[in-house]
Design a protein around this ligand. Structure first.
Ligand SMILES: CC(C)(COP(=O)(O)OP(=O)(O)OC[C@H]1O[C@@H](n2cnc3c(N)ncnc32)[C@H](O)[C@@H]1OP(=O)(O)O)[C@@H](O)C(=O)NCCC(=O)NCCS
Length: 159
């Protein structure tokens, strides 16, 4: 397995078509999609069509974080100029185990190493776990477009 990056035992790899079903299942666990911009249940046939396109979209990174070879999270970046908008979804069996922070950290570190200087996250105001997660990694609240709060992490220039 070719890993892109590794921090604190969490390894990052590119997602592939064989991850499509797991990601669809994670997205539907506990109605996780209710906090997304598109807060609707997406049937698998529609998801797989979207996923195929997204995998071939050069303005997107679709990533999987793994712990000891087991997939624990899907992280997506939508790219525009030097900004990357992030979205994360944990696997069912990895939820609530404080694994979201290292998964997001390895992903943000990787994307910044690719030259992106600003990571944006739009988080539903009721999504308390996500708010805690992003704040713990120093994302700052910049604006709000109810019910979403817009957080940002900027890479500071080295002196
Ligand atoms: C949001 C999400 C990534 C967090 O991951 P998680 O595995 O559930 O949470 P973790 O165990 O890593 O804990 C992260 C923080 O949230 C807190 N937390 C966890 N569940 C919580 C809940 N139900 N309510 C409030 N806080 C909660 C934890 O205490 C921790 O904060 P702390 O370190 O300050 O104590 C995960 O729940 C998920 O995939 N949700 C569905 C998709 C989603 O909403 N993604 C975010 C949109 S970008």
């Amino acid at each position: 397995m070719k890993y892109l990056h590794k921090i604190k035992g969490i390894a990052l790899r590119a997602a592939s078509l064989s991850d499509a079903l797991s990601i669809w299942q994670w997205r539907n666990l506990d109605d996780a999609y209710k906090f997304y911009g598109n807060a609707e249940y997406v049937p698998y046939e529609k998801h797989i069509g979207w996923f195929r396109k997204a995998l071939n979209d050069e303005d997107r990174y679709l990533l999987i974080a793994e712990l000891e070879g087991d997939p624990i999270a899907h992280i997506r970046f939508d790219l525009e100029d030097t900004s990357a908008t992030v979205s994360i979804c944990m696997a069912g069996n990895a939820k609530g185990k404080k694994l979201s922070r290292p998964s997001l950290e390895v992903s943000c570190d990787y994307i910044m190493s690719k030259g992106y200087t600003e990571i944006l996250a739009s988080i539903h105001e009721m999504n308390l776990a996500s708010i805690r997660l992003f704040r713990s990694l120093d994302f700052e609240l910049e604006t709000s477009s109810p019910p979403f709060l817009n957080y940002c992490l900027r890479k500071h220039r080295e002196a």
